[in-house]
Design a protein around this ligand. Structure first.
Ligand SMILES: C[S@@+](CC[C@H](N)C(=O)[O-])C[C@H]1O[C@@H](n2cnc3c(N)ncnc32)[C@H](O)[C@@H]1O
Length: 216
């Protein structure tokens, strides 16, 4: 990962601590874990991928590696500085050369994301554990709406951090964390699987929620 990317991320972390939610971009190992359902897909052309919270594009790179020529990717990033950064990366980085015309970067809150067809994969790096429960609910509902009943919603969370924060925080913050954990648990249905990724700072868990297997 380039130093310029780390610095851009660090600056946004300092200015927008809660919405950035990490001190540095995700590792390529986490990006790989986040894109597992997309990599394992049955042969199918023209899938639609939505990325929520792409930041400087660490997970976007993993998505692009797994994309095929007829696929489309829509990235929704709330922070205009990150969105501009990612547009520049997509336009200039050789890793995006083959797929650049398949990618749109929207400067927008992912909970208001709209695309012109149902998504097959929603890959979310928005730091859910930092947000008020109502904002988490809005993101999860947007994911369900975009998938229209079929596909995968993937998110990540840092391992042990919610528990540690829950144990040490003041009462109001403890309640918030508990409510967010509850929302995520309710959202995850049958068939949800997860993978722990140790080579990431901090170690994280990618959680994959399959929609076709969900109970209504
Ligand atoms: C933990 S960083 C992850 C960045 C990148 N995907 C990575 O893994 O390195 C969280 C990202 O989510 C973005 N974000 C936070 N809230 C958001 C929202 N409601 N809609 C879209 N993006 C959001 C932040 O600006 C930031 O880019």
């Amino acid at each position: 990962m380039r130093l310029s990317e780390r610095l851009a991320f660090w600056r946004q972390f300092q200015d927008h601590f809660a919405s950035t939610g990490a001190i540095q971009p995700s590792s390529r190992f986490l990006a790989r874990a986040m894109t597992e359902p997309l990599r394992d897909r049955q042969p199918a052309a023209g899938v639609r991928v939505v990325e929520m919270g792409p930041g400087t594009g660490a997970v976007t790179r993993g998505i692009v590696e797994a994309m095929q020529p007829d696929d489309k990717l829509d990235c929704f990033e709330i922070n205009p500085e990150f969105a501009d950064y990612l547009r520049r990366v997509v336009a200039t980085d050789p890793a995006f050369e083959a797929s650049r015309h398949q990618i749109k970067v929207h400067t927008a809150d992912a909970s208001h994301a709209v695309i012109d067809a149902p998504a097959d994969y929603v890959i979310c790096s928005v730091p859910l554990n930092n947000l008020p429960p109502a904002a988490v609910e809005a993101i999860l509902e947007a994911g369900a709406r975009l998938l229209a009943g079929d596909g995968w919603f993937t998110y990540f969370e840092y391992v042990l951090l919610p528990r540690l924060r829950g144990a040490t925080a003041a009462h109001g913050e403890r309640e918030r964390i508990r409510a967010v954990q509850q929302l995520k648990a309710q959202f995850s249905g049958a068939g949800t699987c997860s993978r722990i990724v140790l080579p990431n700072l901090p170690p994280a868990r990618a959680v994959h929620v399959p929609f076709s297997a969900r109970q209504a």
